[in-house]
Every structure is written in structure tokens, then in C-alpha cells.
Design a protein around this ligand. Structure first.
Ligand code: FES
Length: 148
């Protein structure tokens, strides 16, 4: 893992962009682990608290590993009106997690998103790269069972 981080730091050493470095680390590792923060801090001289300040400010960053499947629930206007919010709340209760958290078994990471670009199929959820439209709570339940 440290080799990957070192390589990224080398590639971006002239960019001066901490955000780009952190994005690239997350693209490669799926999240930004503490060891990566320590390495970035050591090589750039930026304190860990400043790095964590950025990591916690931008919701795109993850500090924990993602689940096996990423389940995105669309809460854009069309999906919200058609019941997306109820599906999201149901999944939060069912999994016992909040937005952007991962289930205890490491299977699902639940994330809310704003418009997946297929409003005509609202409400929409996405599991990894696959879209499921005109979904409701019982269809979502069946879908989750299929992934288990
Ligand atoms: S609002 Fe959900 S796909 Fe556009």
C-alpha cells in the first residue's frame, strides 16, 4: 500500500494539489487509510490534521474500506418525489448504518446521490455500475437478497 502512495506522491509532486493526491490514493485503494495519510504528511510536510480536515470536508472521500457492493440511492428531485427517500431511510434502518457507511459484514456501502441521469425510471438505485429503475422497498429487498 505504501508503495502505491509513494508512487502517487512522486507522480503528483509538482502539481502541489493535495486534493488530487488524495483522490488518486482513493481511486487506487478504494479509501484513504491512516497509513496513507501518515505517508502523505511525511513526504509533503502537511500535518495529518490538515489532511484530515480536507478528507472530512469533502464527502467524496472515504476513511474506511468500501463494502463489496456500493449501493447508491438517488435522491434527486424526480426520485425523491417517487419514493427514493423512503427507500434510503428503509435501507439505513435495515442495515443499521448512515449515509456513506458500510454494513458490519462488509457487504454493502450505502450512499445517497443526486440524480443518476435516468429520471424517467425514478425512483432509481444503482448497485456498483448497474442501474435499477422503478424500484420500491420490496423490489429493493429482493435485489439485496440476490447480492447476498
Ligand atoms: S433524479 Fe434520480 S435519476 Fe434523476
Amino acid at each position: 500500500m505504501i508503495e502505491v502512495v509513494s508512487e502517487i506522491l512522486e507522480n503528483y509532486k509538482d502539481s502541489g494539489s493535495l486534493i488530487k493526491i488524495l483522490q488518486e490514493i482513493q481511486n487506487n485503494l478504494g479509501y484513504v487509510p491512516k497509513e496513507a495519510v501518515d505517508e502523505v504528511s511525511m513526504k509533503t510536510g502537511i500535518s495529518p490534521s490538515q489532511i484530515y480536515g480536507i478528507l472530512t470536508f469533502y464527502s467524496q472521500f472515504r476513511l474506511t474500506p468500501p463494502g463489496k457492493y456500493t449501493l447508491k440511492v438517488c435522491l434527486g428531485t424526480a426520485c425523491h418525489i417517487m419514493g427514493g427517500h423512503e427507500i434510503f431511510e428503509h435501507l439505513k434502518r435495515k442495515f443499521g448504518i448512515m449515509d456513506n457507511e458500510t454494513t458490519e459484514d462488509g457487504l454493502f456501502t450505502l450512499t445517497k446521490v443526486r440524480c443518476l441521469g435516468c429520471c424517467g425510471m425514478a425512483p432509481v438505485i444503482m448497485v456498483d455500475d448497474k442501474i435499477y429503475g422503478r424500484i420500491d422497498i420490496s423490489k429493493t429487498e429482493r435485489l439485496i437478497d440476490d447480492f447476498k
